[in-house]
Write a protein that binds this ligand. Structure first.
Ligand code: CA
Length: 210
């Protein structure tokens, strides 16, 4: 009777080749891929190094009323969040928090910006625009912020349902300048003439060289 069993050496050879292929496809890229450096902020005790900033706030010879400060009015993690408030009568105001992250000069960085965002904006009309991104220089003007304009502030409801927390996530790629600092911004662009309040909490910033 003919022996149809596969010789052991062939089995071993196939297993070794498969293992080598898996190592090449899975492990080798991992060796060359730097891990994410993760930073988390919940604003429970302080601003955690984030600073409030604004631009395009001129109105009627003065400055629009606005603020970004820690608040216990609403929160996603713990009891404190950042409360963003802007009376956007000029239909152009932009307010945000910014924070610098030190990186190595001469490398390109992937930055992932994740945070919880609470908005009471419902429906599809008259929404504002979320600001979120990373850049090589601290932004000063609306033009500087242009790459960070994201989706709208709508909370997905058809009618007034109060503040609803949403999970937001955005990616950016940054070539740091010679000072080795990349800047992350989170905020809102007033794209409708009215006062609005939003909350930001549970911020997670992940950075790695690509
Ligand atoms: Ca918090």
């Amino acid at each position: 009777m003919r022996n149809s069993r596969i010789p052991l050496w062939i089995v071993i050879a196939v297993v070794l080749v498969a293992a080598a292929a898996i190592a090449a496809v899975v492990l080798v890229p991992m060796l060359f891929q730097a891990p994410w450096e993760v930073h988390r902020y919940s604003f429970e005790a302080s601003m955690d190094g984030w600073a409030a900033a604004g631009t395009d706030l001129e109105y009627d010879g003065g400055t629009l009323n606005w603020s970004i400060a820690r608040s216990e009015e609403d929160s996603k993690d713990g009891v404190t969040s950042l409360r963003l408030y802007l009376e956007n009568w000029n239909d152009a105001g932009k307010i945000w928090v910014e924070r610098g992250f030190e990186v190595e000069v001469g490398r390109t960085y992937a930055v992932r910006i994740e945070f919880a965002f609470a908005s009471a904006d419902f429906g599809m009309a008259n929404l504002w625009t979320i600001i979120a991104g990373a850049m090589s220089e601290k932004p000063e003007t609306g033009d500087d912020l242009e790459p960070t304009f994201q989706d709208s502030t709508g909370n997905g409801m058809d009618s007034d349902s109060g503040f609803i927390w949403m999970e937001k996530s955005y990616d950016a790629t940054v070539d740091p300048r010679s000072d080795g600092v990349l800047w992350v911004v989170i905020g809102v662009w007033g794209t409708w003439e009215t006062p609005r309040t939003y909350f930001v909490d549970e911020v997670k910033i992940s950075v790695r060289p690509v």
